[in-house]
Design a protein around this ligand. Structure first.
Ligand code: GLU
Length: 480
């Protein structure tokens, strides 16, 4: 079956991790079945609307490689794809229900409705508007007057592709609002109409919509529509406790992760596996592999815990993978925006060399800023850092100075400054001084970088070059 799926975000400006996962799964199902993936912008809540939010959504999907077959920008036969441009369609569908006596215009003032709600709460009864619906119903369409569904509550049995067989009693159905006072439809109504008109076969969304599903089933029935495959995606849970991941739980927005130098492949991989697995131990998947392996029946029913450390680990894996499979240049091209400010004055070839020795230590591309500063500017000499190093603590100043001098002498003897010759000289120094690698190499490494980490010493010195390396060592020898 060629699945038609959709991602239907509301343009509220902030792209939550969970929103993106709700785009990935429908995309995978559409591609797997040779179907269609639709992008629909649900902009009917004018109060929450944020300027520029649609562009942010489009940009994020493009960045992740989730190209859509119908929707804004690309168009399609079932547009418009902004709900705010479909008001006539919703009104027409509401009129059908009015004509059939399954919806009514209702101008009961909100204060009155609040009163009913309060009565219920005093009596500790659930509030159902249908118990208060006016005795005389108005089946005329009226501008500026909300339209409500006229529920005919009953038992429903259905199957959710993730949650399994479901049952709901009449208490779950009410006279829900279809069209608001401002003429805009509610989500509850608009998505039923749009999914039907757009031929959506699989409705995939957060599990928070599960409790409203009986109302949706009643609407499908009232319109004589086939019910699409309903897929409730489990919550993404905060790193600790048992609550949904929220803005305050330390999870950044997708935009922030992107700015941090998380690669789209890693983001896609991580989110696809947050609440789904293919039953094997595999953790790293390309988009194509995900398209091949994804299946609804392996989406987990319980909440999936968000783990940022794992996301960064996966990103590190992807950085390595791109370097190893596509080459240094491919990774370099993606790293352009992430270098320290001073790097811009150095030739590209040099930056490529730096990347080639450091890439396997990066968790994000942004780490380049912190980890490569000394390649692009002389580090601040911090003699205390050197003296307090755990391997150097026991050495006296005189010893440190002597070791530096010997190192400078031997390194300056190298004619052809390359990795192998450097390694040979460093080994020779070990023999000459009788020091352990941890001591001697820490000393040289710190003296040229004053950084907490660096790649292997011979590689670091090779990239820095003879002149810079010796100048830095001399400067430190003089400062001790
Ligand atoms: N606009 C809804 C949201 O952003 C979409 C839910 C759905 O996919 O139907 O939560």
């Amino acid at each position: 079956m060629e699945a038609v799926t959709r991602f239907a975000p509301s343009p509220t400006g902030y792209i939550h991790i969970g929103n993106v996962r709700s785009a990935i799964y429908p995309y995978l199902i559409a591609r797997q079945t040779g179907g269609k993936f639709i992008l629909r912008i649900e902009d009917t809540d004018r109060e929450r609307y944020v300027e520029g939010a649609t562009e942010l959504i489009e940009d994020t999907l493009k960045w992740l490689g989730l190209e859509w077959d119908e929707g804004p920008v690309v168009g399609g036969d079932n547009g418009p794809y902004f709900q705010s441009e479909r008001l006539e369609i919703y009104h027409e569908w509401a009129r059908k229900l009015l004509a059939a006596g399954r919806a009514y215009s209702d101008d009961t003032p909100p204060e009155k409705i609040d009163e009913y709600r309060k009565q219920c709460s005093t009596l500790k009864k659930p509030f159902l508007y249908r118990n208060y619906r006016p005795a005389e119903l108005d089946f005329e369409f009226k501008e500026g007057v909300p339209i409500r569904f006229k529920a005919e509550p009953k038992e429903y049995d259905w199957t959710d592709a993730v949650m399994g067989p479901m049952h709901a009693g009449p208490e779950t159905q009410d006279d829900i609002i279809l069209i608001k006072k401002d003429g805009y439809p509610t989500y509850n109504f608009a998505h039923i109409v749009d999914d039907a008109l757009m031929g959506v076969t699989h409705v995939m969304r957060g599990v928070e919509y599960l409790s409203s599903t009986p109302n949706y089933l009643a609407l499908y029935e009232a319109f004589g529509l086939d019910v699409p495959v309903l897929v409730s995606l489990p919550h993404i849970l905060a790193p600790t406790g048992n609550k949904k991941l929220g803005k305050r739980d330390g999870a950044k927005s997708v935009t922030e992760y992107r700015e941090d130098g998380v690669l789209p492949e890693a983001m896609l991989n991580y989110l696809a596996c947050l609440g789904w697995n293919d039953g094997t131990e595999q953790e790293i998947y390309t988009k194509e592999e995900l398209v091949g392996r994804f299946s609804l029946d392996r989406i987990q029913t319980s909440g999936a815990r968000y783990d940022e450390t794992k996301l960064y680990w996966m990103n590190g894996q992807w950085i390595r993978r791109i370097f190893d499979t596509e080459g240094a240049r491919a990774l370099y091209d993606r790293s352009i925006d992430f270098w320290p400010d001073t790097a811009g004055t150095y030739p590209e070839k040099y930056r490529l060399q730096v990347l080639s020795i450091i890439y396997d230590r990066l968790k994000t591309l942004n780490d380049l800023k912190e980890m490569t500063g000394y390649f692009f500017a002389d580090p601040m000499i911090d003699i205390d850092m050197l003296k307090n190093n755990k391997f150097l603590k026991k050495l006296s100043e005189a010893e440190l100075e002597d070791l530096l001098k010997k190192s400078i002498f031997r390194l300056s003897e190298i004619d052809d400054w390359n990795e192998d010759n450097l390694q040979e000289a460093l080994n020779g120094l070990l023999v000459e001084t009788g020091k352990k690698p941890a001591e001697l190499f820490s000393l040289i490494r710190i003296a040229v970088s004053f950084a907490p980490f660096s790649p292997a010493l011979n590689l670091t010195l090779n990239v820095l070059g003879k002149e810079v390396s010796l100048a830095r060592l001399n400067e430190v020898a003089r400062s001790i």
